[in-house]
Design a protein around this ligand. Sequence first.
Ligand code: SF4
Length: 391
Amino acid sequence: MPSPSMFTGHCSSMLELSSQMQSLHLAGLSPTELTEFVEGLGEPAYRARQIFAGLHQRRLRSFAEMTDVPKELRAKLGKRSTASTLTVESRYVSADGTRRYLMKTHDGFPVETVFIPEKRRDTICFSSQSGCPLQCTFCLTAQLGLLRNLTAGEIVEQIIIALNDAYGVSVKAPRGTNLVGMGAGEPFLNFESLMRAIRIMAEPDGLHIVPRRVTVSTAGIAPRIRELATIPARPHLAVSLAAPTDELRNDLIPINKKWPLNELLGACEDFQKSLKPGERFTFEYVMLDGVNDSDEQARQLANLLNRYELRAKVNLIPHNPAEPLPYQPSPAARVETFREILESKGIHAFVRQPRGRDILAACGQLAARGATNLAQTASEFAPAKVESLAI
Ligand code: SF4
């Protein structure tokens, strides 16, 4: 569950500090904050610009590599701060080229990131939390519970690590990079750090991945959908729907009991007013054999979305089976029939091809497990105390 700070407008730079306890994680600072920090060390502002470019544009993960910064300043930085905090524990490469990274935070919590190469662009799926407090029954991550929120610096660093591994340190990515906040965690329960990370990654002198290249997926935190709509430079929105009725959705995505479909889709209706020309938002619909994939449910889903007149598309995602989840994926023919019914009722629907299933990198499979050794379980980590959603 979210930490008490999550909804109280805490200063995020303080979060970066408190998470590191002794050292400030510079990858989580905006250019202005980094300038303040560097000036506080008695150094001129242009040094902050060099350090920011070193961290984000050149993707350097240690001060030692910043050879354009004087040695004395690098030593000073090393005493007061850190350039990187995550360590890569394991890396798995799928037959389809997808890479999954199992990382650890400085205090020992698992973080998972997936790099998905495609013809014209790469997509990096990042995590916003270690574990997840929501209990979606089709998702392996749910079994970890919430371990802790990730800081903005830890979110940014996942992207730096994945790009460095794919292309080499400081090598410009040859294709565009899209980001999806669909890894472990509910991004809207770590909203402030998420938005801070998105702003930092958009900096032209840094990674320069602009918000329109970022999609954030929520299980349905309705108030945050409304809040996102008010942010001018916001990412795209995806909503994990999984069911056309409250009765079924309460079972599959229990947070639905707090924000049932009428509230969720009401928030989407409001969000729709913020859509730019040509922009749609996305509903993700995981296809579970015999559970949510009937013709009748396809009609119910189409009627529901049409009732709210949402400019949306539906991505049908074949479930990715993983022990001990109790579901099987819908057969391909069933998925196709479901898609056709949606289309016949005017809903744009697409079937998403699963990537990286063989290395447990596909949607819903991230649970800090090794691809070959599946013995590592949630019990190895100490789950955070679960509190009620205070929103
Ligand atoms: S599907 Fe997403 S929100 Fe639901 S438990 Fe898994 S990680 Fe959390």
